[in-house]
Design a protein around this ligand. Structure first.
Ligand code: FAD
Length: 507
């Protein structure tokens, strides 16, 4: 006769620490069976490059090991959650199902469906918030159920709610009733599929600079926290987009997959700030960065079609150009602007680039130079970033294309001067764009200024060894500013007409 079980369903939140839903699964003295499901919906609908697959795989492997250390394991399935749970609920005599709340649109629909099935089977469902600092619904409630559209507004709402909950401790050794039988521990039926089984093209993997998993993530957080002075004086715009080793924490992939809890990070940083009284402040401080994350999560949770221009209330409608060749050259780092190409190559190879490097390439693709929709840039980032996160990716793309939240569309990044400010010698370019590496430093950012003789001497003949620049920044950016200004005016007119209509219909 098999025993009753409690299932904790891991989705994001791939950790034992600060996992209130996992702790809730342990409240009764029944066997704990932690589950992870490879859901084909994601494979069909979300672009995921090999580097992120590897990060996920490493995170699951680490999680399985940590669970085994306390007397359980990870049970991995491939299939739709509906199919998996429909059979598991009876097969495993599931009494309780727990999981972390996920505000992404597909996740909400999926969970509603699973809750329905659970009810039919008399399975208790417990959901907990632990991906964000705050309960996004409470933040919205404090703003009369409307998404706050400025960062300052968000911060004042968060402050009105007090400090976010403390991180919950990781479960230690399980009680004997909660432990998984040795037969199941040894069974290979529920093993994590290999990258090969998952169909990942491993020839495209880059160097593994940021291995996935809670253990790695907590170690990284620990190393950051040791630099107390740095934490207390951290100011985002003063960090360097093109330094050869990261100038920010690179916690983003770990926080995105939930290998590291945002609440733990927040409270640990705050402990340091209590000692260093003259610390930096939001929006530029590290706590400020955590608030940016919260900002996009809160707005995304209350904005239908947040990742699209059409049907998205917060997004300015812009008639962007459609030039697939431009997009391809940008995505494949062949724009002829070495700084832009260096950033895009670092992204493709390593899966992470600095925030301001993201700014530079996003501005270049959209309002600055190529005038392509932010949605296509979002898709490329979705594929290549280790930290690709639905709410943050869309929110930041809207920001940088000046489609929402940020409206100084006339402040355009120069694809030459911006990178030069922090890397005059162009070491970053030399590393990632070896074709131009032998050019004298004065031409590294602007190879088109080098004479043919210099180009030949450096084995970097434009059009042969490295592309001519895709557009001439000086010629296009002012025109683009004018086009965006016209789009803003059209949106204002439209907004005014809608208001007039609303007034007319309410009077
Ligand atoms: P740190 O500066 O050390 O900040 C600590 C943490 O704060 C980050 O790990 C992250 O969780 C959060 N954070 C920092 N900046 C932001 C921000 N602007 N918005 C939201 N959260 C922030 N970040 C993602 O995590 N996933 C994405 O898909 C993503 N897409 C982006 C797309 C564009 C076009 C741009 C301009 C930015 C994007 N960002 C995204 C935000 C930001 O660039 C990264 O979070 C940050 O660079 C990660 O590096 P870090 O961990 O060293 O950040």
């Amino acid at each position: 006769m098999s025993k009753a079980t409690a299932v904790h369903w891991f989705r994001k939140g791939l950790r034992l620490h600060d996992n209130p839903a996992l702790v809730a699964a342990l409240k009764s003295e029944i066997e704990l069976r932690p589950v992870y499901i490879f859901d084909p919906w994601y494979e069909k609908n979300v672009l995921c490059g090999p580097n992120r697959w590897r990060f996920l795989h490493q995170s699951l492997t680490d999680l399985d090991k940590s669970l085994r250390d306390i007397g359980s394991r990870l049970f991995v399935f491939r299939g739709t959650p509906e199919e998996v749970f429909t059979s598991l609920f009876s097969e495993w005599k599931v009494q309780r199902l727990t999981f972390e709340i996920d505000i992404e649109p597909y996740a909400l629909e999926r969970d509603e469906q699973i809750i329905k099935i659970a009810r039919q089977e008399d399975v208790e469902v417990i959901q907990k918030i632990s991906h964000t600092l705050y309960n996004t619904e409470l933040v919205l409630k404090a703003n009369m159920d409307k998404p706050p559209l400025t960062y300052q507004k968000l911060v004042s709402l968060l402050q009105s709610l007090g400090e976010p909950p403390e991180a919950v401790a990781a479960p230690k050794e399980l009680l004997s009733e909660q432990r998984v039988s040795s037969k199941l521990l040894d069974s290979h039926d529920y093993d994590i599929p290999t990258l090969e089984d998952l169909g990942v093209d491993q020839s495209q993997l880059g160097p593994c600079l940021f291995p996935g998993g809670e253990t790695e993530g907590l170690a990284r957080l620990g190393r950051c926290l040791e630099r107390k002075e740095w934490i207390s004086t951290f100011e985002k715009p003063k960090t360097i987009p093109n330094s050869l080793s990261p100038s920010t924490t690179v916690l983003s992939p770990y926080i995105r997959f939930g290998c590291v809890s945002s609440r733990l990070t927040y409270h640990k940083i705050n402990e340091i700030l209590k000692v260093y009284k003259k610390h930096s402040k939001p929006p530029v401080s590290l706590i400020g960065q955590m608030y940016w994350r919260e900002f996009y999560y809160v707005v995304a949770s209350a904005t239908p079609n947040f990742d699209k221009m059409i049907g998205n209330k917060v997004c300015c409608a812009v008639p962007w150009d459609e030039n697939p060749e431009f997009v391809e050259k940008w995505a494949q780092a062949q724009t002829g602007y070495p700084f832009i190409d260096a950033c895009m190559r670092q992204l493709r190879q390593e899966g992470w680039i600095h925030h301001l490097a993201r700014h530079a390439v996003a501005c270049f693709l959209t309002r600055g130079d190529l005038y392509q929709s932010w949605e296509v840039g979002q898709k490329v980032f979705e594929e290549l970033l280790l930290d690709a996160d639905w709410a943050l990716n869309a929110g930041n793309w809207m920001w940088m294309s000046a489609s929402a939240f940020y409206h100084q569309f006339y402040r355009v990044y120069s694809p030459v001067a911006f990178g030069k400010k922090t890397d005059v010698l162009g070491q970053y370019i030399r590393k990632y764009v070896p074709e131009v590496a032998k050019l004298p430093t004065e031409y590294l950012y602007e190879p088109w200024k080098a004479s043919l003789a210099v180009q030949k001497g450096a084995k970097c003949v434009l059009g042969k060894d490295y592309p001519h620049r895709i557009i001439i920044h000086e010629d296009v950016y002012k025109n683009n500013i004018g086009r965006l200004s016209a789009a803003y005016k059209a949106n204002k007119l439209l907004a005014q007409e809608t208001l007039d209509e609303d007034d007319a219909s309410s009077s």
